[in-house]
Design a protein around this ligand. Structure first.
Ligand code: FAD
Ligand code: SIN
Length: 535
C-alpha cells in the first residue's frame, strides 16, 4: 500500500466544480492533487447542453434571476445563497471566458453573447456554446488544469472514504486530513494525505433506472461525507428532466430544455398540445411541473412517450442552434427538422446533498464541498435550469478564498496516516451479486421513489434497502473492494437518504410529490429535510 506525500488540497472529482476549485487553489499558490475515477469527459459537466445562467442581458438584472430561482425552488431556497449566486454570475462568465471558453455570440457582428431561454426563466439569460456548452467549457478548463504545474491529476482512482485525524491518531483533531482511494488499474488502495480536502463528486442520479447522467453519478461524495460525520439535506428532491430521448438504443440522451426555450412544443402521440392545461407558462413552466405533466399524460393515455416538436421552425435555425442534438437524433433515424422527437422524463439532478455554507464549508473542519454533491440552499425543492454549472464556478471560487484564509492561519500538515487495512479480506467469489444488487436497486427506486410517490411505495423501497444494506455490509467486510462495490454501497446509502427524507416530508413540494400528502404546507411551515449522522 502506498502513501503519497501530503498536498495542500486534495480535490475529489474532476467535473466543473473540481477543476475550477483546483485551478483557483493552484493560482493561489497551493499544491493540489485532483482525483478522478473515470476519464475527464465522463462527468455531468462535460455532458451539459443548454448553458449557464447569468443576468447579463440588457433587460435583465440579478434580482430577476433571484426571483425566478426562488419561484422554481418552491419555497425552500435560501434567499442569501441565491443572491450570492446570482450576483456572482456575471463574474463567473468572465472567468470562464478568461479560461478561453468560446460561448456562442450574437450573429452579424453584434458584440454580445447570444442568450437562450429555458423553463422558469423570465428572461433570455442562458449563456451557451450552441448545444454542447458543457463540452466546450470542460475542454477549455481541462486544458488549463493539465498545464498547471501545481496540479497533479490522478485518473482511475476512486475515493473510498475520507480520513478524520481523530479517528486515526490518538488525540487527533476532528478534522478531515485525506482520503483512501482505490487505484482501479493496480487494484491497490492509496492513502492521500492533505491539509484540506474538497469534495466535487457530482450527483446521484444513477440510483434510478433511467437517467440523463453518466455512470459516474453514484453519490460517492454525499455518502463519504455522511460516513465522515456531515449532515445531508433535501435528498427527496431528485429532479427528473422532462425530455430524454425515447429510443431503445439511446442510453441517457438528453434533449435540451433550450429546444423548448427556442419554441419546441410538447405534444401527445395524436399531435395535440397539453402543457397549457397544466400551467399557464406552458412548455416553459419549471421542470418539476413539466415532468409531472408528462408523467400524468403518459399514464392517462397509456403512452410509452410524448413528443417534442420543433419542426415549425426553419431548419437552418434548428441546425444552427442544436447541431449536436440534430446529429445524434439522426443517428437514431430521427430528423428533428421534419419530425417530432419521442421523449420521456429521466432522473437528472440531485438537488439535495452535503450541507454547506456560502464558503463551501461542510460540518467537518478541513472538508469543503462544491457542485452537485452539495446542498447550499440555492436549489430548494427544484433547481432552476442552468443554475448548476453556475453554482460550480461560484462556489469553487468561494471555497478557495476561504481555504486561503484557513491555511494561512497555520493549519498544520496532516499526521502520519495508517495504510488501508486489507488483512481480513479476500478476493470476491461472486461478482455477479454486486451487479444484481445494482439492478435491483435502480429498478425499485424508479418504480417506488420516482416522479409520483406514496407512503406505501416509500415503505416498500425502504424494506428493500434494508435487505441490500445487510448484504453489502457482509460483502464489504469480507472481500477486497472493487469500484462496483464502492459505488453500490454509496448508491444504497443515498437511496436510503432519498427515501428517509421523502418519508419525513408530510406534504408535496417542488420535485417531491406524494399522493398521500398532495397539498403544500403554508410558506411559514416550509422546512428542509435534514439528516444528522452519528459522529
Ligand atoms: P460532475 O461534473 O458530475 O463531476 C463529478 C466528478 O467526480 C467526475 O469527474 C467523477 O469522475 C468524479 N467522481 C465521482 N465520484 C468519485 C470518487 N469516488 N472518486 C473520484 N472521483 C469521483 N447544468 C447546467 O447548469 N446547465 C446545463 O445545460 C446542464 N445540462 C446538463 C445536461 C446533462 C446531460 C446532465 C447530465 C446534466 C446537466 N446539467 C446542466 C447539470 C450539470 O451538468 C451538473 O449538475 C454539474 O455539471 C455538476 O458538476 P460537478 O462538478 O458537481 O459534477
Ligand atoms: C438542458 O439543457 O436542458 C439541461 C439544463 C440543466 O439541466 O440545467
Amino acid at each position: 500500500m502506498k502513501t503519497d506525500a501530503p498536498c495542500d488540497l486534495l480535490v475529489i472529482g474532476g467535473g466543473l466544480a473540481g477543476q475550477a476549485s483546483a485551478l483557483h487553489a493552484a493560482e493561489a499558490g497551493f499544491s493540489v492533487r485532483l482525483l478522478i475515477k473515470k476519464p475527464f469527459d465522463e462527468c455531468s459537466s462535460a455532458w451539459a447542453q443548454g448553458g449557464i445562467a447569468a443576468a447579463v442581458g440588457p433587460d435583465d438584472d440579478p434580482e430577476l434571476h433571484v426571483a425566478d430561482t426562488l419561484d422554481a425552488g418552491a419555497g425552500l431556497c435560501k434567499v442569501e445563497s441565491v443572491q450570492f449566486l446570482t450576483q456572482q454570475a456575471p463574474r463567473a462568465i468572465a472567468w470562464l471566458r478568461e479560461q478561453q471558453v468560446a460561448f456562442t455570440e450574437m450573429p452579424d457582428g453584434v458584440a454580445a453573447l447570444h442568450l437562450t431561454r429555458e423553463g422558469g426563466h423570465s428572461r433570455r439569460r442562458v449563456v451557451h456554446a450552441a448545444d454542447a456548452t458543457g463540452q466546450v467549457i470542460m475542454d477549455a478548463v481541462t486544458a488549463q488544469v493539465l498545464r498547471h504545474p501545481s496540479i497533479t491529476v490522478c485518473t482511475d482512482q476512486i475515493a473510498i472514504d475520507l480520513i478524520r485525524a481523530d479517528k486515526v491518531s490518538p488525540g487527533g483533531a476532528r478534522r478531515c486530513v485525506g482520503a483512501y482511494a482505490l487505484d482501479v488499474k493496480t487494484k491497490k488502495v492509496v492513502t492521500h494525505a492533505a491539509r484540506a480536502v474538497l469534495l466535487a463528486t457530482g450527483g446521484a442520479s444513477k440510483v434510478y433506472l433511467y437517467t440523463t447522467n453518466p455512470d459516474t453519478s453514484t453519490g460517492d461524495g454525499i455518502a463519504m461525507a455522511w460516513r465522515a460525520g456531515c449532515r445531508v439535506a433535501n435528498m427527496e428532491f431528485m429532479q427528473f428532466h422532462p425530455t430524454c430521448l425515447y429510443h431503445p438504443h439511446a442510453k441517457s440522451m438528453l434533449i435540451s430544455e433550450a429546444v423548448r426555450g427556442e419554441g419546441g412544443l410538447l405534444v401527445l402521440p395524436n399531435g395535440k398540445r397539453f402543457m397549457d392545461a397544466h400551467d399557464s407558462r406552458g412548455e416553459l413552466a419549471p421542470r418539476d411541473i413539466v415532468a409531472r405533466a408528462i408523467d400524468f399524460e403518459m399514464k392517462r393515455g397509456g403512452y410509452d412517450c410524448v413528443y417534442l416538436d420543433i419542426t415549425h421552425k426553419p431548419a437552418k435555425e434548428i441546425l444552427e442552434h442544436f447541431p449536436n442534438i440534430a446529429r445524434r437524433c439522426q443517428e437514431f433515424g430521427i430528423d428533428i427538422t421534419r419530425e417530432p422527437i419521442p421523449v420521456v422524463p429521466a432522473a437528472h439532478y440531485t438537488c439535495g446533498g452535503v450541507i454547506t455554507d456560502l464558503d463551501a464549508n461542510t460540518d467537518l473542519p478541513g472538508l469543503y464541498a462544491v457542485g452537485e454533491c452539495t446542498s447550499t440552499g440555492i436549489h430548494g425543492a427544484n433547481r432552476l435550469a442552468s443554475n448548476s454549472l453556475l453554482e460550480c464556478c461560484v462556489f469553487a471560487d468561494a471555497a478557495i478564498k476561504r481555504l486561503k484564509l484557513e491555511l494561512s492561519n497555520g493549519t498544520p500538515a496532516p499526521p502520519p496516516l495508517p495504510a488501508w487495512d486489507e488483512s481480513r479480506v479476500t478476493d470476491a467469489d461472486e461478482r455477479i451479486v454486486v451487479s444484481h444488487n445494482w439492478n435491483e436497486l435502480r429498478h425499485f427506486m424508479w418504480n417506488y421513489v420516482g416522479i409520483v410517490r406514496t407512503n406505501k411505495r416509500l415503505q416498500r423501497a425502504l424494506r428493500r434497502i434494508e435487505l441490500l444494506k445487510g448484504e453489502i455490509a457482509e460483502y464489504y467486510g469480507n472481500f477486497r473492494v472493487t469500484s462496483d462495490l464502492i459505488e453500490l454501497r454509496n448508491l444504497t446509502t443515498v437511496a436510503e437518504m432519498t427515501v428517509r427524507c421523502g418519508m419525513s416530508r408530510h406534504e408535496s413540494r417542488g420535485l417531491h410529490f406524494n399522493r398521500d400528502y398532495p397539498k403544500t404546507l403554508p410558506a411559514d411551515q416550509a422546512q428542509d429535510s435534514i439528516l444528522v449522522p452519528e459522529d
